[in-house]
Design a protein around this ligand. Structure first.
Ligand code: HPA
Length: 279
């Protein structure tokens, strides 16, 4: 099956279930899925029921698409499509599977993307539980998703898009944090393929290169969404300080526990941000 027919099949299934086209797509990272409970009158579609839809095997990545709106008092958000759980590159070694949700969101009409993740903190000023606005990223996967998504062109590079993260959406995240009194860190996110966590020496290398946080997701989604013309913002939850900056061994459970601790702050930040997004 071609990539287009895979996408068409998925879209046909999804559109038969929804009542309204989404304007804003939200990807919820490790342990952050509870935000989806904020949606009023949700329409939930299980990823495994959608033809051709890739399924995550990572704990805490439930695999649901949730359609609906946020409503608080007199304020109502644009229609949302929330991806509860994502497929990381390391699960399939297939970038198309990793970015499939973005293709789905775009095909359904979404014009904005908010991407979230759990990440290891590298900037020594950060602490576990901090929230970081992703201002820029480093793609140390060297996979060049850009070329992957433009297979007919071989000479396109990241430089053709000067900045992947939208200034206005980033401004909404900043304003929302100010209104809520949340300290918002800012920095550069480094994407590594994983799935193993880094060594101390690798983290020291990334620190010297200028990375503030490290993780195994988000960058392929941000690249594709931006290139498809979606305005994109991204937030990392610093779920742990990276190797060498904290005691003990890192584990996925630790990431989930940290996410659980800041769930309410994270939810409030996302909600305030989404309510600011207007056409
Ligand atoms: N390294 C890589 N990915 C991560 C980390 C980390 O320390 N924490 C959460 N995702």
């Amino acid at each position: 099956m071609t990539d287009n027919s895979r996408l068409e099949k998925a879209i046909t299934h999804i559109t038969s279930r929804i009542t309204q086209r989404p304007a804003v797509a939200v990807v919820l990272g490790s342990g952050l899925g509870d935000f989806a409970d904020r949606v009023v009158d949700p329409i939930e579609i299980t990823a495994s029921s959608i033809p051709s839809y890739p399924i995550s095997s990572v704990a805490g990545h439930e695999g649901k698409l949730i359609f609906g709106k946020l409503k608080t008092g007199t304020k109502e958000s644009l229609p949302l499509l929330i991806f509860k759980g994502r497929v990381h590159f390391f699960e399939t070694n297939d970038l198309k599977a990793t970015t499939f949700p973005i293709s789905v969101a775009k095909a359904l009409g979404a014009r904005f993307l908010l991407a979230t993740n759990a990440a290891g903190g590298i900037n020594p000023a950060f602490s576990e539980g901090d929230l970081m606005l992703i201002e820029d990223f480093m793609d140390l996967s060297f996979l060049n998703p850009h070329q992957e998504n433009h297979s007919s062109t071989t000479t396109l590079f990241h430089a053709s898009v000067p900045h992947y993260l939208d200034k206005q959406i980033s401004g909404y995240i900043t304003d929302a944090s100010a209104v809520l009194g949340i300290t918002l860190r800012r920095g550069t996110y480094c994407w590594l393929k994983g799935p193993s966590y880094e060594t101390k020496a690798e983290i020291e290398m990334l620190r010297r290169l200028g990375a503030d946080a490290v993780g195994m997701s988000t960058v392929p989604e941000v690249i594709l969404a931006t290139e498809l013309g979606m305005r994109t913002g991204a937030i990392s939850l610093i779920s742990n300080m990276a190797a060498g900056l904290s005691e003990g061994r890192l584990s996925h459970e630790e990431v989930a526990v940290a996410a659980g601790r800041v769930k309410e702050i994270f939810t409030a930040l996302l909600e305030e941000t989404i309510l600011r997004i207007k056409d």
